[in-house]
Design a protein around this ligand. Structure first.
Ligand SMILES: [Zn+2]
Ligand SMILES: [Zn+2]
Length: 158
């Protein structure tokens, strides 16, 4: 008899703990606990039949995963790398900060991705932009400046 009573209370406690993990709201948890307590042994069984299939933690994890998935599927809006203005994929320059975004095809004026070697719209080969090498330019400038300085010093010392 004592064993049965311990089992009864134990089961009711298990129902209470399980309900707390699965049910959002104190009233429903209390109701589940009451069911477990009020109807010995059958109450917990009934609770088992009707309890929510997943815990609150599980449903939270599932929601987060769903959101992450939706983020991955929905491609982010392209933005200007300089001023973060939303841009269209075929913009050649940023309309706000006038940064050069893409090169236009020499034949059909389509906006070309930087990595493309050939225009996918008209099959014209992409000519590399005469790239402005800042490093080389600065080095040349510094060398020229140094040379000028050295010459002036020579003139002064002469
Ligand atoms: Zn911009
Ligand atoms: Zn083209």
């Amino acid at each position: 008899m004592l064993l049965a009573a311990v089992l009864w209370v134990g089961l009711a406690f298990r129902v209470h703990r399980d309900a707390r993990r699965r049910v959002d709201g104190g009233f429903l948890v209390a109701l589940a606990t009451l069911l477990g307590l009020a109807v010995p042994f059958v109450g917990p069984l009934v609770y088992l039949l009707f309890r929510p299939p997943e815990t609150l933690e599980e449903s939270r994890v599932r929601r987060v995963e769903l959101l992450a998935l939706r983020d991955r599927i929905g491609r982010p809006e392209p933005v200007c790398p300089v001023c973060r203005t939303e841009i269209e994929l075929d913009f050649l320059v940023c309309p706000v900060c006038t940064s050069r975004l893409k090169q236009a095809c020499a034949r059909c004026d389509a906006a070309l991705e930087p990595l493309w070697q050939i225009c996918p719209y008209c099959a014209a080969p992409v000519e590399a932009l005469p790239s402005f090498d800042l490093d080389a330019a600065l080095t040349a400038e510094a060398a020229a400046g140094g040379e000028r300085l050295r010459r002036r010093r020579q003139q002064l010392s002469d």
